[in-house]
Design a protein around this ligand. Structure first.
Ligand SMILES: [Zn+2]
Length: 236
């Protein structure tokens, strides 16, 4: 469940990100008054099985059983803000068809690692941002320099427009300088399978540079201002 709106005293409109149908909005009638029974399964950041009744264009939650509730997200403001940013990304990218299952799996994994707190939230955010771009058809081209094919150098350059990589000799205007370490991390995020996506090491000092690039890239490609991202910068 990625968003909720109260309707009257007892009912809520839930925005659900589903594996099979992407983002849908469903009414939960009386969900507040029966919170003790199914409250957490229809709460924000809950991952639940829903039985939904569809009449025309209206969806109604008949039953909900929680698989996992990411309660830990609320324990500090940065973690909560990143979790809410992930929800806003789901809403904005609104994945459908083939991409919704991969997108959902990514978000669930990211929330798991975020709430687990063993890794820097900036790193989880960077992984999620870049991987969303890949799933949504904006994968950057990071194999080699776009002009001469050079695979690596001490410093390489990344162009947000087109997501292209250049070497020192071929760099264009308005490119972002990237270190070898950050390029390795970017390549890992783009090319690794989901099972190994989060298992790579990067020195703490390089996480901010990585995050700066993935964030600029997703904002550039989506041409969208994410309000939760702006809030993130005010608290982090
Ligand atoms: Zn080159």
């Amino acid at each position: 469940m990625i968003k909720e709106n109260s309707i009257g005293d007892n009912d809520r409109l839930l925005t659900l990100f589903t594996r099979d149908y992407g983002v849908i909005r469903a009414f939960a009638v009386g969900a507040k008054s029966i919170k003790s029974r199914r409250g957490s399964s229809t709460g924000l950041l809950s991952y639940s099985n829903f039985l939904i009744d569809k009449k025309g264009d209206t969806y109604k939650v008949v039953e909900a059983t929680a698989n996992k509730v990411f309660f830990g997200a609320g324990s500090d403001v940065v973690t909560l803000t990143v979790a809410q940013y992930f929800c806003e990304l789901c809403l904005y990218f609104d994945p459908h068809d083939d991409s919704s299952a991969a997108f959902l799996r990514l978000i669930l994994n990211s929330l798991y690692f975020l709430v687990d707190k063993k890794r820097d939230p900036s790193l989880i955010k960077a992984i999620t941002e870049l991987r969303i771009c890949c799933i949504s058809g904006y994968a950057p081209s990071l194999v080699a320099c776009d002009c001469c094919g050079k695979f690596e150098g001490k410093t390489m350059y990344f162009k947000l427009d087109g997501g292209l990589l250049y070497c020192e000799d071929c760099k264009k205007e308005n490119c972002i300088k990237i270190s070898r370490t950050v390029l390795d991390a970017l390549r890992h995020i783009v090319f690794s399978d989901i099972a190994n996506l989060y298992s790579f090491e990067i020195p703490e000092k390089d996480i901010k540079s990585l995050e700066k690039i993935t964030e600029k890239y997703i904002v550039f490609q989506s041409e969208h201002r994410f309000s939760t991202l702006e809030f993130y910068h005010s608290v982090n």
